[in-house]
Ligand binder design. Structure first.
Ligand SMILES: Cc1cc2nc3c(=O)[nH]c(=O)nc-3n(C[C@H](O)[C@H](O)[C@H](O)COP(=O)(O)OP(=O)(O)OC[C@H]3O[C@@H](n4cnc5c(N)ncnc54)[C@H](O)[C@@H]3O)c2cc1C
Ligand code: FES
Length: 282
């Protein structure tokens, strides 16, 4: 497996002030036995959210037993007309299991938008977004912005099997090209994907590559970014207790000295840049 090099913080940009909203659950439906799409009415967060930002969702207690820490979730889609955001999540442990029991009409405390999102300014006429499983959810808001700006997006939607592929409907709705690859038919292997993307983009490389959800695919993205000499951004995940830069539980290893604390995923990221030669950008 390719090791992920230390990421570098993107240049500072204006960020919206986060707010805390009592979010009504508009709808909540399974996409597969363990994956759910949760629609939350949070007008202030929805209107302020930049592509790639996330929210912290306070999870309802289970059988009188409170779940203390909120859980970080990417803002998968923004629906400005209704003030709704969509979150797509996989049931992982106790918190997401409790979240999966929320019903339409319930109220959850949601804080956001949080973190630094994607930087679209460096992109040219097209984007290549490479995502694995639930990682796809971190970048669909970037596709929204790209579509709005007339920038073409091609998404690799990688998953173990076809019924776990996330984002097909969203791509169709946003007019983005989806390349679905799975472990079942072998099309998700790095070698197969490298050949496919090389054939797709070698004549006209994308202006920006974005990757999320897989160290293996991050390695491929670095190879492609070096081959085509294009910038690369990665959206990272970490255990988060606060999501606000207070607890320092989400720090990644430092660039120069791995024993020193590096950037915080919640407030310096979750989106970082990677140099295409595999080192952190300056
Ligand atoms: C920015 C971001 C976006 C994400 N987006 C999505 C998404 O769109 N969809 C999705 O399915 N998942 C997403 N995740 C992952 C998701 O947050 C986790 O799967 C979820 O928190 C797991 O919670 P759990 O209680 O089910 O699992 P558990 O593993 O039982 O609990 C994880 C929780 O334990 C706590 N915790 C454990 N270790 C530590 C530690 N060292 N320091 C601090 N707290 C700790 C934290 O509260 C953490 O959230 C995202 C994560 C991040 C950071
Ligand atoms: S989660 Fe607390 S500092 Fe990042």
């Amino acid at each position: 497996m390719t090791a992920m090099p230390p990421p570098a913080v993107l240049p500072a940009r204006h960020r919206p002030e986060p707010s805390c909203e009592s979010a009504v659950v508009v709808s909540h439906a399974p996409l597969s036995p363990t994956i759910f799409r949760l629609v939350l009415r949070v007008p202030r967060i929805c209107l302020a959210a930049q592509a790639g930002q996330f929210v912290m969702i306070s999870v309802p207690e289970v059988a009188g037993s409170p779940i203390q820490l909120p859980r970080p979730m990417a803002i998968h889609r923004r629906r400005a007309s209704s003030g709704d955001i969509e979150v797509v999540y996989n049931v992982h442990g106790r918190g997401t299991d409790a979240l999966s029991r929320a019903r339409a009409g319930d109220v959850l405390l949601v804080t956001g938008p949080l973190g630094r999102g994607f930087d679209l300014s460096s992109s040219a006429e097209s984007l290549l977004l490479i995502g694995r499983g639930i990682g796809v959810c971190s970048f669909m808001t970037l596709v929204e912005d790209a579509t709005h700006a007339g920038i073409a997006s091609t998404l690799v939607l990688s998953a173990r099997s076809d019924n776990r592929v996330i984002g097909r409907d969203d791509c169709a709705e946003l007019g983005a090209k989806a390349i679905t690859v799975t472990d079942v038919d072998g099309s998700s292997s790095v070698e197969a994907l490298d050949r496919r993307l090389d054939a797709e983009f070698d004549d006209l490389p994308p202006g920006l590559i974005v990757v999320c959800g897989s160290t293996r695919l991050a390695g491929l993205a670095m190879t492609l970014a070096a081959r085509w000499n294009v910038p690369l951004q990665v959206s990272l995940e970490a255990h988060m207790a606060c999501g606000l830069g207070y607890c320092h539980g989400c720090a990644v290893p430092g660039t120069a000295d791995p024993s020193r604390e590096g950037p915080l995923v919640c407030s310096d990221g979750p989106v970082f840049q990677l140099r295409s030669d595999g080192h952190a950008a300056a």
